[in-house]
Write a protein that binds this ligand. Sequence first.
Ligand SMILES: Nc1nc2c(ncn2[C@@H]2O[C@H](COP(=O)(O)OP(=O)(O)OP(=O)(O)O)[C@@H](O)[C@H]2O)c(=O)[nH]1
Ligand SMILES: [Mg+2]
Length: 188
Amino acid sequence: MIKVAIIGAENVGKSTLMNALLGKRVSETAEIPGTTKSIIRKTFGKIKIPKTMKNPFGGADEFVLIDTAGLFDPKYEFRGKVLSEEKFKEILDEITSADIIIHMIDAQYGLHRGMEKLHHILKFRYEKPIIVVINKIDLVPRERVEELRQIVKKRLEQEPILLSLVTYEGFNDLLKALVYYAQYAKKS
Ligand SMILES: Nc1nc2c(ncn2[C@@H]2O[C@H](COP(=O)(O)OP(=O)(O)OP(=O)(O)O)[C@@H](O)[C@H]2O)c(=O)[nH]1
Ligand SMILES: [Mg+2]
C-alpha cells in the first residue's frame, strides 16, 4: 500500500482533492479555512486510474490517502488555526512517514513561505518525492497562472502541475505523476 499525504495551507483544496481522487465524498470541504479539524483524515481506497495509463500496481492500486488540516494561515506565517504546536508536530510525523507528498498551492495566494520551508525540509532532509500542484487555476487569469508557475518552478526547483478541481483541467497530469512516483516509491 502506498501512502500519499496531501499538504498545504488552509483552504487550498486538500479535502476536495482527496474526494476527487477517491471519487466519493469522504472529507468535508468548505469555503472557510480550517475546515479539516481532525488534523489527520486517513482513507483507504482505490484511485481510479484510466486504462490508457500504464498502471505499475498490476491491479493492486490501493492507496492510503491522508488529508491533513491546513498547516498555515493562507495570508500569514501563522500555524493553521485548528493546530496547536503539538498537533502541528503530529501532522509532521504523519507526513514524514508518507511515500508520496502532494504539496498544494492556491493559485490566488501563491507559494506560502512556511510551506516553502517545509517543502525543502521534506525534500532534502527526508528525501520525500513531492508532487507540487497549483490548484484553483480557474479563479485567476492565465497570465497570473503562468507567472506563478515560473516562481514556483524557480523556488521549489520543480515543475508544478496546474490544476482546477472545478473544471478538472490538469487532473490527468496529477494522476500520471502519482502513478510515476508510486512506481518509484515501491522500488525503494
Ligand atoms: N474555484 C475553485 N474552488 C475550489 C477548487 N478546489 C477547491 N475549491 C473550493 O475551495 C474551498 C476549500 O476547499 P477544501 O477542500 O475544503 O480546502 P482544504 O485545503 O481542505 O481546507 P482546510 O481543511 O480548511 O485546510 C471549497 O469551497 C472548495 O469547493 C478549485 O480548483 N477551484
Ligand atoms: Mg480540508
